[in-house]
Design a binder for this molecule. Structure first.
Ligand SMILES: [Zn+2]
Length: 125
């Protein structure tokens, strides 16, 4: 599996033993390389490195992708969230997946495939 680099701009400056690499006499602290990372959508080796990236690039990224400049409203039309009944038992024929409107509290049943489909929503877009 291909290794990738932690995107933290200061990753190599954290002097942990696992970052110390190279041949004897010329070892350096190096950016962590892993097949996968736990943080920041698989881009950072630690929350620290993720925060370093945001400190350095966050404003630029927000400006690039669009800064929120006015209040947003949660309305009946976009207040649908998916919910799951954790007490569901196999002998219970009722679907354990549902959409719940956070404003009106209305509930509508979902199929498992609708629940699993990240693009499926009752919200207006
Ligand atoms: Zn890192």
């Amino acid at each position: 599996m291909a290794l990738k680099y932690c995107q933290g701009p200061k990753c190599h400056t954290y002097t942990t033993q696992d970052r110390l690499k190279g041949i004897k006499g010329s070892k350096t602290f190096q950016t962590r390389r892993r097949s996968s990372f736990y943080y920041g959508n698989d881009n950072f080796c630690s929350l620290n490195c993720q925060n370093d990236w945001f400190d350095k690039h966050g404003d630029q990224a927000i400006n690039h992708f669009g800064r929120t400049t006015e209040v947003k409203h949660l309305t009946e039309e976009n207040a649908w969230v998916k919910d799951y009944d954790y007490n569901y038992r196999d002998d219970n024929p009722k679907s354990n997946y549902r959409s719940v409107n956070k404003i009106t509290k209305e509930q509508r049943p979902l199929t498992e495939s609708q629940y699993d489909d990240s693009t499926y929503t009752l919200n207006e877009r």
